[in-house]
Design a protein around this ligand. Structure first.
Ligand code: PPS
Length: 572
Protein backbone atom coordinates (compact mmCIF):
# COMPACT_ATOMS: atom_id res chain seq x y z
CA UNK A 1 0.00 0.00 0.00
CA UNK A 2 1.29 3.48 -0.80
CA UNK A 3 2.26 5.30 2.42
CA UNK A 4 -0.06 8.21 1.63
CA UNK A 5 -2.98 5.77 1.51
CA UNK A 6 -2.23 3.71 4.64
CA UNK A 7 -4.48 4.37 7.64
CA UNK A 8 -3.42 7.31 9.78
CA UNK A 9 -3.57 7.35 13.62
CA UNK A 10 -6.66 8.93 15.18
CA UNK A 11 -7.23 9.98 18.80
CA UNK A 12 -10.59 8.20 19.11
CA UNK A 13 -11.03 5.29 21.50
CA UNK A 14 -13.03 2.22 20.44
CA UNK A 15 -16.83 2.35 20.36
CA UNK A 16 -17.15 0.38 23.62
CA UNK A 17 -14.58 2.48 25.46
CA UNK A 18 -16.26 5.64 24.19
CA UNK A 19 -19.60 4.57 25.72
CA UNK A 20 -17.89 3.98 29.06
CA UNK A 21 -15.80 7.14 28.91
CA UNK A 22 -18.81 9.25 28.05
CA UNK A 23 -20.50 8.23 31.29
CA UNK A 24 -17.35 8.81 33.35
CA UNK A 25 -16.64 12.15 31.69
CA UNK A 26 -20.05 13.48 32.75
CA UNK A 27 -18.59 14.00 36.25
CA UNK A 28 -15.50 15.88 35.05
CA UNK A 29 -15.06 19.63 35.05
CA UNK A 30 -16.15 20.70 31.57
CA UNK A 31 -15.01 23.27 29.12
CA UNK A 32 -17.58 24.49 26.57
CA UNK A 33 -15.62 24.70 23.33
CA UNK A 34 -15.76 27.80 21.15
CA UNK A 35 -16.66 27.33 17.46
CA UNK A 36 -12.98 27.59 16.54
CA UNK A 37 -11.93 25.06 19.17
CA UNK A 38 -14.55 22.62 17.87
CA UNK A 39 -12.98 22.82 14.41
CA UNK A 40 -9.50 22.31 15.87
CA UNK A 41 -10.63 19.40 18.02
CA UNK A 42 -12.29 17.63 15.09
CA UNK A 43 -9.05 17.70 13.10
CA UNK A 44 -6.97 16.72 16.14
CA UNK A 45 -9.18 13.70 16.80
CA UNK A 46 -9.53 12.47 13.23
CA UNK A 47 -5.83 12.73 12.38
CA UNK A 48 -6.11 15.84 10.22
CA UNK A 49 -3.57 17.50 12.54
CA UNK A 50 -1.32 14.43 12.85
CA UNK A 51 1.31 14.28 14.51
CA UNK A 52 -0.43 16.38 17.19
CA UNK A 53 -1.85 14.28 20.01
CA UNK A 54 -3.74 17.08 21.73
CA UNK A 55 -3.68 20.81 22.34
CA UNK A 56 -0.07 22.03 22.40
CA UNK A 57 1.97 21.95 25.59
CA UNK A 58 3.84 25.12 26.55
CA UNK A 59 7.12 23.72 25.26
CA UNK A 60 5.60 22.68 21.94
CA UNK A 61 3.81 26.04 21.70
CA UNK A 62 7.05 27.95 22.19
CA UNK A 63 8.80 25.90 19.53
CA UNK A 64 5.90 26.27 17.08
CA UNK A 65 5.73 30.03 17.61
CA UNK A 66 9.49 30.55 17.39
CA UNK A 67 10.52 28.26 14.55
CA UNK A 68 7.54 26.17 13.42
CA UNK A 69 8.81 23.10 15.27
CA UNK A 70 7.48 20.98 18.10
CA UNK A 71 9.80 20.05 20.96
CA UNK A 72 10.62 16.73 19.21
CA UNK A 73 11.67 18.63 16.08
CA UNK A 74 8.68 17.85 13.87
CA UNK A 75 7.43 20.56 11.58
CA UNK A 76 4.20 22.30 12.71
CA UNK A 77 3.59 25.95 11.84
CA UNK A 78 0.35 26.82 13.68
CA UNK A 79 -0.26 27.03 17.43
CA UNK A 80 -3.26 24.78 18.21
CA UNK A 81 -4.08 25.86 21.72
CA UNK A 82 -7.00 25.56 24.11
CA UNK A 83 -7.56 29.16 25.19
CA UNK A 84 -9.72 29.63 28.30
CA UNK A 85 -10.57 32.41 30.74
CA UNK A 86 -8.62 33.03 33.96
CA UNK A 87 -11.39 31.82 36.28
CA UNK A 88 -11.70 28.46 34.56
CA UNK A 89 -7.92 28.02 34.45
CA UNK A 90 -7.51 28.92 38.12
CA UNK A 91 -9.91 26.17 39.19
CA UNK A 92 -7.84 23.39 37.59
CA UNK A 93 -5.00 21.26 38.83
CA UNK A 94 -2.21 20.00 36.62
CA UNK A 95 -2.83 16.37 35.79
CA UNK A 96 -6.61 16.78 35.96
CA UNK A 97 -8.88 15.42 33.20
CA UNK A 98 -11.48 17.78 31.76
CA UNK A 99 -14.43 17.08 29.47
CA UNK A 100 -14.57 18.99 26.19
CA UNK A 101 -18.16 19.78 25.22
CA UNK A 102 -19.68 21.24 22.08
CA UNK A 103 -22.08 24.16 22.25
CA UNK A 104 -25.05 21.89 22.95
CA UNK A 105 -23.23 20.22 25.84
CA UNK A 106 -22.30 16.98 24.03
CA UNK A 107 -18.97 15.58 25.28
CA UNK A 108 -16.67 15.18 22.27
CA UNK A 109 -13.53 14.19 24.11
CA UNK A 110 -11.46 14.59 27.25
CA UNK A 111 -8.11 16.24 27.85
CA UNK A 112 -5.54 15.66 30.55
CA UNK A 113 -4.28 19.12 31.49
CA UNK A 114 -0.50 18.91 31.55
CA UNK A 115 0.23 22.60 30.94
CA UNK A 116 -1.31 25.93 31.85
CA UNK A 117 0.29 29.26 30.99
CA UNK A 118 -0.34 32.85 30.04
CA UNK A 119 0.97 33.36 26.53
CA UNK A 120 2.63 36.48 25.23
CA UNK A 121 0.01 37.23 22.59
CA UNK A 122 1.94 40.07 20.99
CA UNK A 123 4.87 37.76 20.41
CA UNK A 124 2.55 35.10 18.99
CA UNK A 125 1.06 37.72 16.65
CA UNK A 126 4.48 38.92 15.48
CA UNK A 127 5.95 35.48 14.95
CA UNK A 128 2.99 33.55 13.57
CA UNK A 129 1.07 36.23 11.69
CA UNK A 130 3.94 38.56 10.91
CA UNK A 131 2.66 41.64 12.78
CA UNK A 132 0.84 42.59 15.97
CA UNK A 133 -1.81 44.42 13.96
CA UNK A 134 -5.51 43.86 14.60
CA UNK A 135 -6.30 44.46 10.94
CA UNK A 136 -5.24 40.79 10.66
CA UNK A 137 -8.35 38.73 11.48
CA UNK A 138 -6.42 36.12 13.48
CA UNK A 139 -4.56 38.80 15.47
CA UNK A 140 -7.86 40.48 16.19
CA UNK A 141 -9.20 37.10 17.33
CA UNK A 142 -6.11 36.50 19.46
CA UNK A 143 -6.48 39.79 21.34
CA UNK A 144 -10.25 40.20 21.43
CA UNK A 145 -11.82 36.74 21.38
CA UNK A 146 -9.28 34.17 22.60
CA UNK A 147 -9.04 33.57 26.36
CA UNK A 148 -6.11 34.85 28.38
CA UNK A 149 -4.77 31.46 29.47
CA UNK A 150 -3.78 28.47 27.35
CA UNK A 151 -4.19 24.85 28.45
CA UNK A 152 -2.27 22.01 26.89
CA UNK A 153 -2.43 18.24 27.07
CA UNK A 154 -3.27 15.01 25.26
CA UNK A 155 -6.81 14.51 23.99
CA UNK A 156 -8.88 11.32 24.05
CA UNK A 157 -11.55 11.35 21.36
CA UNK A 158 -15.06 10.15 22.19
CA UNK A 159 -17.11 11.25 19.21
CA UNK A 160 -16.94 13.50 16.16
CA UNK A 161 -18.68 16.87 16.27
CA UNK A 162 -22.14 16.52 14.78
CA UNK A 163 -22.81 18.26 11.46
CA UNK A 164 -26.32 18.54 10.14
CA UNK A 165 -25.36 19.95 6.75
CA UNK A 166 -23.79 18.18 3.76
CA UNK A 167 -23.07 15.03 5.80
CA UNK A 168 -22.26 12.96 2.73
CA UNK A 169 -19.64 15.47 1.62
CA UNK A 170 -17.56 15.39 4.81
CA UNK A 171 -14.71 12.90 5.13
CA UNK A 172 -12.11 12.17 7.77
CA UNK A 173 -8.51 11.63 6.57
CA UNK A 174 -9.01 7.87 6.85
CA UNK A 175 -12.27 7.98 4.90
CA UNK A 176 -10.56 9.88 2.09
CA UNK A 177 -7.58 7.53 2.11
CA UNK A 178 -9.96 4.58 1.90
CA UNK A 179 -11.80 6.24 -1.00
CA UNK A 180 -8.56 6.82 -2.91
CA UNK A 181 -7.55 3.18 -2.33
CA UNK A 182 -10.91 1.97 -3.55
CA UNK A 183 -10.78 4.12 -6.65
CA UNK A 184 -7.17 3.17 -7.38
CA UNK A 185 -6.02 6.80 -7.19
CA UNK A 186 -2.30 6.96 -6.47
CA UNK A 187 -1.50 10.61 -7.03
CA UNK A 188 -3.94 13.23 -5.81
CA UNK A 189 -3.71 17.00 -6.28
CA UNK A 190 -5.54 18.94 -3.55
CA UNK A 191 -7.13 22.30 -4.24
CA UNK A 192 -7.70 24.39 -1.11
CA UNK A 193 -10.36 27.07 -1.42
CA UNK A 194 -12.64 29.39 0.56
CA UNK A 195 -14.25 31.05 -2.46
CA UNK A 196 -16.79 30.04 -5.08
CA UNK A 197 -15.18 28.46 -8.14
CA UNK A 198 -15.55 29.95 -11.60
CA UNK A 199 -14.38 28.77 -15.02
CA UNK A 200 -10.78 29.91 -14.51
CA UNK A 201 -10.52 27.82 -11.34
CA UNK A 202 -11.96 24.80 -13.07
CA UNK A 203 -9.43 25.19 -15.90
CA UNK A 204 -6.43 25.69 -13.64
CA UNK A 205 -7.27 22.86 -11.26
CA UNK A 206 -7.88 20.39 -14.03
CA UNK A 207 -4.72 21.48 -15.83
CA UNK A 208 -2.71 21.11 -12.60
CA UNK A 209 -3.98 17.57 -12.11
CA UNK A 210 -3.32 16.65 -15.74
CA UNK A 211 0.24 17.99 -15.61
CA UNK A 212 0.94 15.97 -12.47
CA UNK A 213 -0.81 12.96 -14.07
CA UNK A 214 -2.95 12.82 -10.98
CA UNK A 215 -6.54 12.92 -9.84
CA UNK A 216 -8.02 16.03 -8.33
CA UNK A 217 -9.51 16.66 -4.90
CA UNK A 218 -11.47 19.89 -4.47
CA UNK A 219 -11.00 20.39 -0.74
CA UNK A 220 -12.87 23.54 0.34
CA UNK A 221 -12.78 24.88 3.87
CA UNK A 222 -16.19 25.01 5.51
CA UNK A 223 -15.12 25.59 9.13
CA UNK A 224 -14.17 29.23 9.62
CA UNK A 225 -12.82 31.38 6.83
CA UNK A 226 -12.18 35.09 6.40
CA UNK A 227 -14.92 37.33 7.83
CA UNK A 228 -17.07 38.55 4.95
CA UNK A 229 -16.58 35.45 2.76
CA UNK A 230 -19.52 33.89 0.93
CA UNK A 231 -21.19 31.52 3.44
CA UNK A 232 -20.31 27.86 3.06
CA UNK A 233 -23.89 26.72 2.32
CA UNK A 234 -23.90 28.80 -0.84
CA UNK A 235 -20.37 27.81 -1.73
CA UNK A 236 -21.01 24.09 -1.42
CA UNK A 237 -24.01 24.36 -3.75
CA UNK A 238 -21.71 26.21 -6.18
CA UNK A 239 -18.98 23.55 -5.86
CA UNK A 240 -21.51 20.81 -6.54
CA UNK A 241 -22.46 22.52 -9.79
CA UNK A 242 -18.79 22.86 -10.84
CA UNK A 243 -18.02 19.25 -9.97
CA UNK A 244 -20.24 18.13 -12.84
CA UNK A 245 -18.00 20.01 -15.29
CA UNK A 246 -14.95 17.80 -14.74
CA UNK A 247 -14.57 14.62 -16.77
CA UNK A 248 -16.28 11.77 -14.89
CA UNK A 249 -14.26 9.95 -12.20
CA UNK A 250 -11.27 12.27 -12.41
CA UNK A 251 -12.26 14.58 -9.58
CA UNK A 252 -13.72 14.35 -6.08
CA UNK A 253 -14.90 16.97 -3.62
CA UNK A 254 -14.75 16.78 0.15
CA UNK A 255 -15.44 19.44 2.79
CA UNK A 256 -12.80 20.30 5.38
CA UNK A 257 -13.98 21.60 8.74
CA UNK A 258 -10.88 23.70 9.29
CA UNK A 259 -10.80 27.04 11.11
CA UNK A 260 -8.47 29.08 8.89
CA UNK A 261 -6.17 31.71 10.41
CA UNK A 262 -5.31 33.54 7.17
CA UNK A 263 -1.62 33.26 8.08
CA UNK A 264 -0.27 33.31 4.50
CA UNK A 265 3.08 31.44 4.33
CA UNK A 266 2.69 29.54 7.61
CA UNK A 267 -0.88 28.73 6.68
CA UNK A 268 0.26 27.28 3.34
CA UNK A 269 2.66 24.90 5.11
CA UNK A 270 -0.12 23.98 7.55
CA UNK A 271 -2.54 23.35 4.68
CA UNK A 272 0.09 21.11 3.09
CA UNK A 273 0.49 19.00 6.24
CA UNK A 274 -3.29 18.71 6.58
CA UNK A 275 -3.63 17.62 2.93
CA UNK A 276 -0.83 15.08 3.33
CA UNK A 277 -2.77 13.67 6.28
CA UNK A 278 -5.80 13.41 4.01
CA UNK A 279 -3.86 11.21 1.59
CA UNK A 280 -2.99 13.83 -1.04
CA UNK A 281 0.37 13.87 -2.81
CA UNK A 282 0.24 17.35 -4.38
CA UNK A 283 -1.27 20.69 -3.49
CA UNK A 284 -1.92 23.80 -5.54
CA UNK A 285 -0.41 26.89 -3.91
CA UNK A 286 -1.17 30.19 -5.51
CA UNK A 287 -0.21 33.82 -5.30
CA UNK A 288 -0.94 35.21 -1.83
CA UNK A 289 -2.18 31.85 -0.51
CA UNK A 290 -4.48 32.38 2.55
CA UNK A 291 -3.75 36.11 2.50
CA UNK A 292 -5.58 38.22 5.11
CA UNK A 293 -5.86 41.40 3.00
CA UNK A 294 -4.32 44.74 3.91
CA UNK A 295 -2.70 45.76 7.21
CA UNK A 296 -3.63 48.95 9.03
CA UNK A 297 -1.16 50.91 6.92
CA UNK A 298 -2.99 49.73 3.78
CA UNK A 299 -0.23 47.34 2.69
CA UNK A 300 -0.30 43.58 2.13
CA UNK A 301 0.70 41.54 5.18
CA UNK A 302 2.78 39.14 3.10
CA UNK A 303 4.65 39.20 -0.19
CA UNK A 304 2.71 37.61 -3.06
CA UNK A 305 5.10 34.65 -3.31
CA UNK A 306 6.07 34.23 0.39
CA UNK A 307 3.69 31.30 0.78
CA UNK A 308 5.11 29.46 -2.23
CA UNK A 309 8.68 30.12 -1.06
CA UNK A 310 8.10 28.81 2.47
CA UNK A 311 6.21 25.79 1.13
CA UNK A 312 8.99 24.96 -1.31
CA UNK A 313 11.58 25.20 1.47
CA UNK A 314 9.72 22.54 3.50
CA UNK A 315 8.22 20.51 0.66
CA UNK A 316 10.00 17.29 1.53
CA UNK A 317 9.10 17.37 5.19
CA UNK A 318 5.49 18.28 4.45
CA UNK A 319 5.42 15.21 2.24
CA UNK A 320 3.53 16.95 -0.51
CA UNK A 321 4.62 18.36 -3.83
CA UNK A 322 3.66 21.95 -4.58
CA UNK A 323 1.89 22.63 -7.83
CA UNK A 324 2.15 26.19 -9.01
CA UNK A 325 -1.14 28.02 -9.40
CA UNK A 326 -1.33 29.49 -12.88
CA UNK A 327 -3.09 32.79 -13.44
CA UNK A 328 -5.63 31.86 -16.13
CA UNK A 329 -7.19 34.44 -18.43
CA UNK A 330 -9.77 34.15 -21.17
CA UNK A 331 -8.56 34.72 -24.74
CA UNK A 332 -11.58 35.90 -26.66
CA UNK A 333 -10.37 35.07 -30.18
CA UNK A 334 -9.62 31.46 -29.23
CA UNK A 335 -12.62 31.24 -26.85
CA UNK A 336 -10.56 29.49 -24.19
CA UNK A 337 -8.64 29.97 -20.98
CA UNK A 338 -4.85 30.09 -21.14
CA UNK A 339 -2.14 30.70 -18.51
CA UNK A 340 -1.40 34.42 -18.68
CA UNK A 341 2.38 33.95 -18.78
CA UNK A 342 2.20 31.45 -21.66
CA UNK A 343 0.38 33.68 -24.15
CA UNK A 344 2.89 34.66 -26.82
CA UNK A 345 0.65 36.80 -29.04
CA UNK A 346 -0.64 39.08 -26.25
CA UNK A 347 -0.65 42.15 -28.53
CA UNK A 348 -2.83 40.48 -31.14
CA UNK A 349 -5.53 38.96 -28.96
CA UNK A 350 -8.19 40.24 -26.56
CA UNK A 351 -7.62 39.07 -23.01
CA UNK A 352 -10.64 39.13 -20.72
CA UNK A 353 -10.66 38.93 -16.95
CA UNK A 354 -13.07 39.93 -14.18
CA UNK A 355 -11.58 40.72 -10.78
CA UNK A 356 -13.18 39.68 -7.50
CA UNK A 357 -14.14 43.29 -6.78
CA UNK A 358 -15.74 43.68 -10.21
CA UNK A 359 -17.66 40.43 -9.71
CA UNK A 360 -19.02 41.63 -6.37
CA UNK A 361 -20.04 44.94 -7.98
CA UNK A 362 -21.88 43.15 -10.76
CA UNK A 363 -23.67 40.90 -8.29
CA UNK A 364 -24.60 43.86 -6.05
CA UNK A 365 -26.01 45.80 -8.96
CA UNK A 366 -27.64 42.85 -10.68
CA UNK A 367 -25.49 43.33 -13.81
CA UNK A 368 -24.64 40.66 -16.36
CA UNK A 369 -21.97 38.07 -15.53
CA UNK A 370 -20.81 36.60 -18.83
CA UNK A 371 -20.79 32.87 -19.48
CA UNK A 372 -17.11 32.88 -20.33
CA UNK A 373 -16.47 33.98 -16.75
CA UNK A 374 -18.61 31.60 -14.73
CA UNK A 375 -21.09 28.77 -15.00
CA UNK A 376 -24.75 29.84 -15.07
CA UNK A 377 -25.54 27.48 -12.16
CA UNK A 378 -22.86 29.17 -10.01
CA UNK A 379 -24.06 32.65 -10.89
CA UNK A 380 -27.65 31.64 -10.12
CA UNK A 381 -26.62 30.38 -6.65
CA UNK A 382 -24.67 33.55 -5.91
CA UNK A 383 -27.55 35.72 -7.04
CA UNK A 384 -29.97 33.81 -4.82
CA UNK A 385 -27.84 34.51 -1.75
CA UNK A 386 -26.88 38.02 -2.71
CA UNK A 387 -29.70 39.54 -4.72
CA UNK A 388 -29.04 42.99 -6.16
CA UNK A 389 -29.10 45.76 -3.58
CA UNK A 390 -32.54 46.90 -4.73
CA UNK A 391 -33.90 43.56 -3.46
CA UNK A 392 -31.83 43.25 -0.28
CA UNK A 393 -32.94 44.32 3.17
CA UNK A 394 -31.53 47.52 4.70
CA UNK A 395 -31.82 49.77 7.76
CA UNK A 396 -32.38 53.51 7.88
CA UNK A 397 -31.18 54.75 11.26
CA UNK A 398 -32.30 58.25 12.26
CA UNK A 399 -30.49 59.95 15.12
CA UNK A 400 -30.96 63.39 16.67
CA UNK A 401 -32.21 65.29 19.71
CA UNK A 402 -35.60 64.74 21.26
CA UNK A 403 -38.09 66.78 19.25
CA UNK A 404 -35.76 67.08 16.25
CA UNK A 405 -38.37 65.55 13.94
CA UNK A 406 -36.97 62.00 13.69
CA UNK A 407 -40.31 60.27 14.22
CA UNK A 408 -42.21 62.51 11.84
CA UNK A 409 -39.71 62.04 9.00
CA UNK A 410 -39.46 58.32 9.76
CA UNK A 411 -43.25 57.97 9.52
CA UNK A 412 -43.36 59.84 6.21
CA UNK A 413 -40.53 57.70 4.87
CA UNK A 414 -42.28 54.51 5.95
CA UNK A 415 -45.47 55.47 4.12
CA UNK A 416 -43.56 56.38 0.96
CA UNK A 417 -41.67 53.07 1.02
CA UNK A 418 -44.90 51.15 1.59
CA UNK A 419 -46.47 52.96 -1.32
CA UNK A 420 -43.61 51.73 -3.50
CA UNK A 421 -44.08 48.15 -2.22
CA UNK A 422 -41.80 45.17 -2.73
CA UNK A 423 -40.36 44.81 0.76
CA UNK A 424 -41.97 44.79 4.21
CA UNK A 425 -41.24 47.93 6.26
CA UNK A 426 -40.97 48.11 10.06
CA UNK A 427 -40.70 51.31 12.05
CA UNK A 428 -38.78 51.07 15.33
CA UNK A 429 -39.54 54.50 16.73
CA UNK A 430 -37.90 55.58 20.03
CA UNK A 431 -41.17 55.86 21.93
CA UNK A 432 -42.67 52.64 20.50
CA UNK A 433 -39.53 50.67 21.32
CA UNK A 434 -39.44 51.97 24.84
CA UNK A 435 -43.02 50.81 25.28
CA UNK A 436 -42.64 47.34 23.73
CA UNK A 437 -39.00 46.25 23.89
CA UNK A 438 -37.37 48.35 26.60
CA UNK A 439 -40.09 49.23 29.07
CA UNK A 440 -37.86 48.55 32.07
CA UNK A 441 -35.06 50.85 30.91
CA UNK A 442 -34.25 54.41 31.94
CA UNK A 443 -31.84 56.95 30.43
CA UNK A 444 -28.45 56.15 32.01
CA UNK A 445 -25.65 55.48 29.52
CA UNK A 446 -25.89 51.77 30.24
CA UNK A 447 -29.64 51.68 29.68
CA UNK A 448 -29.52 53.81 26.53
CA UNK A 449 -26.85 51.48 25.12
CA UNK A 450 -28.94 48.43 25.90
CA UNK A 451 -31.93 50.07 24.26
CA UNK A 452 -29.99 50.86 21.10
CA UNK A 453 -28.40 47.39 20.95
CA UNK A 454 -31.88 45.86 21.14
CA UNK A 455 -33.10 48.10 18.33
CA UNK A 456 -29.97 47.12 16.36
CA UNK A 457 -30.61 43.43 16.93
CA UNK A 458 -34.20 43.62 15.70
CA UNK A 459 -33.15 45.77 12.73
CA UNK A 460 -30.39 43.31 11.82
CA UNK A 461 -32.87 40.42 11.81
CA UNK A 462 -35.26 42.42 9.61
CA UNK A 463 -32.40 43.36 7.28
CA UNK A 464 -31.16 39.76 7.11
CA UNK A 465 -34.62 38.62 6.11
CA UNK A 466 -34.92 41.12 3.29
CA UNK A 467 -37.07 43.78 4.97
CA UNK A 468 -36.61 47.48 5.59
CA UNK A 469 -36.10 48.62 9.20
CA UNK A 470 -36.52 52.29 10.02
CA UNK A 471 -35.15 53.20 13.46
CA UNK A 472 -35.70 56.55 15.12
CA UNK A 473 -34.14 56.72 18.58
CA UNK A 474 -31.99 59.56 19.93
CA UNK A 475 -29.00 57.14 20.02
CA UNK A 476 -26.65 59.71 21.55
CA UNK A 477 -23.44 57.64 21.66
CA UNK A 478 -21.24 57.27 18.56
CA UNK A 479 -19.64 54.00 19.70
CA UNK A 480 -23.03 52.34 20.14
CA UNK A 481 -24.21 53.57 16.73
CA UNK A 482 -21.05 52.11 15.26
CA UNK A 483 -21.61 48.74 16.95
CA UNK A 484 -25.15 48.63 15.55
CA UNK A 485 -23.81 49.53 12.11
CA UNK A 486 -21.40 46.59 12.27
CA UNK A 487 -24.18 44.20 13.31
CA UNK A 488 -26.36 45.27 10.42
CA UNK A 489 -23.76 45.60 7.67
CA UNK A 490 -23.22 41.83 7.74
CA UNK A 491 -26.65 41.53 6.17
CA UNK A 492 -27.36 44.72 4.26
CA UNK A 493 -26.87 48.46 4.10
CA UNK A 494 -26.96 50.73 7.14
CA UNK A 495 -28.01 54.28 6.30
CA UNK A 496 -27.37 56.69 9.15
CA UNK A 497 -29.46 59.88 8.88
CA UNK A 498 -28.64 62.70 11.24
CA UNK A 499 -31.70 64.85 11.84
CA UNK A 500 -29.61 67.92 12.49
CA UNK A 501 -32.18 70.22 14.12
CA UNK A 502 -30.29 72.41 16.58
CA UNK A 503 -30.86 72.08 20.31
CA UNK A 504 -32.14 75.66 20.43
CA UNK A 505 -34.80 74.89 17.80
CA UNK A 506 -35.84 71.65 19.55
CA UNK A 507 -36.14 73.53 22.82
CA UNK A 508 -38.08 76.35 21.14
CA UNK A 509 -40.53 73.81 19.69
CA UNK A 510 -40.67 71.76 22.91
CA UNK A 511 -43.54 69.70 21.51
CA UNK A 512 -43.81 67.43 24.55
CA UNK A 513 -42.93 70.06 27.16
CA UNK A 514 -39.92 67.96 28.20
CA UNK A 515 -37.22 70.60 27.70
CA UNK A 516 -38.99 72.87 30.16
CA UNK A 517 -39.06 70.09 32.74
CA UNK A 518 -35.43 69.25 32.01
CA UNK A 519 -34.39 72.88 32.54
CA UNK A 520 -36.25 72.88 35.83
CA UNK A 521 -34.33 69.77 36.82
CA UNK A 522 -37.53 67.71 36.95
CA UNK A 523 -36.21 65.30 34.29
CA UNK A 524 -32.67 64.14 34.86
CA UNK A 525 -30.09 63.07 32.26
CA UNK A 526 -31.94 64.83 29.46
CA UNK A 527 -30.09 64.67 26.15
CA UNK A 528 -28.61 68.02 25.20
CA UNK A 529 -29.49 69.65 28.52
CA UNK A 530 -27.90 67.44 31.13
CA UNK A 531 -26.68 64.47 29.07
CA UNK A 532 -24.29 64.23 26.10
CA UNK A 533 -25.00 63.81 22.39
CA UNK A 534 -22.17 62.81 20.01
CA UNK A 535 -22.86 64.54 16.70
CA UNK A 536 -22.45 61.99 13.87
CA UNK A 537 -19.19 62.57 12.05
CA UNK A 538 -19.82 60.75 8.79
CA UNK A 539 -23.51 59.95 8.46
CA UNK A 540 -24.78 58.81 5.06
CA UNK A 541 -27.10 61.85 5.18
CA UNK A 542 -27.69 64.88 7.34
CA UNK A 543 -31.07 66.64 7.05
CA UNK A 544 -31.93 70.15 8.15
CA UNK A 545 -35.52 70.54 9.32
CA UNK A 546 -35.65 74.29 9.92
CA UNK A 547 -37.63 75.89 7.08
CA UNK A 548 -37.95 72.53 5.28
CA UNK A 549 -41.18 70.55 5.33
CA UNK A 550 -41.40 66.91 6.35
CA UNK A 551 -42.20 65.72 2.84
CA UNK A 552 -39.01 67.24 1.55
CA UNK A 553 -36.91 65.69 4.33
CA UNK A 554 -38.35 62.23 3.56
CA UNK A 555 -37.72 62.87 -0.13
CA UNK A 556 -34.03 63.59 0.59
CA UNK A 557 -33.79 60.20 2.29
CA UNK A 558 -35.39 58.48 -0.71
CA UNK A 559 -32.89 60.19 -3.03
CA UNK A 560 -30.07 58.89 -0.86
CA UNK A 561 -31.51 55.36 -0.92
CA UNK A 562 -31.75 55.53 -4.67
CA UNK A 563 -28.18 56.76 -5.08
CA UNK A 564 -27.05 53.80 -2.96
CA UNK A 565 -28.92 51.40 -5.26
CA UNK A 566 -31.29 50.34 -2.47
CA UNK A 567 -34.45 51.36 -4.29
CA UNK A 568 -35.02 51.52 -8.02
CA UNK A 569 -35.36 54.81 -9.82
CA UNK A 570 -39.06 54.91 -10.79
CA UNK A 571 -40.68 56.12 -7.57
CA UNK A 572 -41.84 59.47 -8.89
S1 PPS B 1 -32.14 56.75 23.61
O1 PPS B 1 -31.18 57.68 24.23
O2 PPS B 1 -31.89 56.60 22.20
O3 PPS B 1 -32.21 55.48 24.32
O4 PPS B 1 -33.55 57.46 23.75
P1 PPS B 1 -34.93 57.04 23.06
O5 PPS B 1 -35.20 55.61 23.27
O6 PPS B 1 -34.94 57.52 21.66
O7 PPS B 1 -36.00 57.82 23.91
C1 PPS B 1 -36.11 59.19 23.80
C2 PPS B 1 -37.53 59.62 24.12
O8 PPS B 1 -37.77 59.49 25.51
C3 PPS B 1 -38.25 60.72 26.07
N1 PPS B 1 -37.35 61.03 27.19
C4 PPS B 1 -36.05 61.40 27.14
N2 PPS B 1 -35.21 61.69 26.12
C5 PPS B 1 -33.96 62.04 26.41
N3 PPS B 1 -33.45 62.11 27.64
C6 PPS B 1 -34.24 61.85 28.71
N4 PPS B 1 -33.76 61.92 29.96
C7 PPS B 1 -35.60 61.47 28.47
N5 PPS B 1 -36.62 61.13 29.28
C8 PPS B 1 -37.68 60.86 28.48
C9 PPS B 1 -38.29 61.72 24.97
O9 PPS B 1 -39.66 61.91 24.69
C10 PPS B 1 -37.65 61.06 23.74
O10 PPS B 1 -38.53 61.05 22.63
P2 PPS B 1 -38.25 61.77 21.21
O11 PPS B 1 -39.14 61.05 20.26
O12 PPS B 1 -36.79 61.58 20.90
O13 PPS B 1 -38.63 63.16 21.43
Amino acid sequence: MLPNLAPIPELYVSYDSAQKLKVEAADLTSWDLTPRQICDLELLMNGGFNPLKGFLSEEDYNGVVENMRMADGSLWPMPITLDVNEDFAAGLEIGQDIALRDQEGVILGTMTVTDRWEPNKSREAEKVFGADDIAHPAVNYLHHTAGKIYLGGPVTGIQQPVHYDFKARRDTPNELRAYFRKMGWRKIVAFQTRNPLHRAHQELTFRAAREAQANLLIHPVVGMTKPGDVDHFTRVRCYEAVLDKYPAATTAMSLLNLAMRMAGPREAVWHGLIRANHGCTHMIVGRDHAGPGKNSAGEDFYGAYDAQDLFREHEEEIGIEMVDFKHMVYVQERAQYEPNDEIEDKDDVTILNISGTELRRRLAEGLEIPEWFSFPEVVAELRKTKPPRSQQGFTVFFTGFSGSGKSTIANALMVKLMEMGGRPVTLLDGDIVRKNLSSELGFSKEHRDLNIRRIGYVASEITKNGGIAICAPIAPYATTRRAVREDIEQFGAFVEVHVATSLEECERRDRKGLYKLAREGKIKEFTGISDPYDVPVNPELSVETENVDVDNCAHQVLLKLESMGLISGNWG
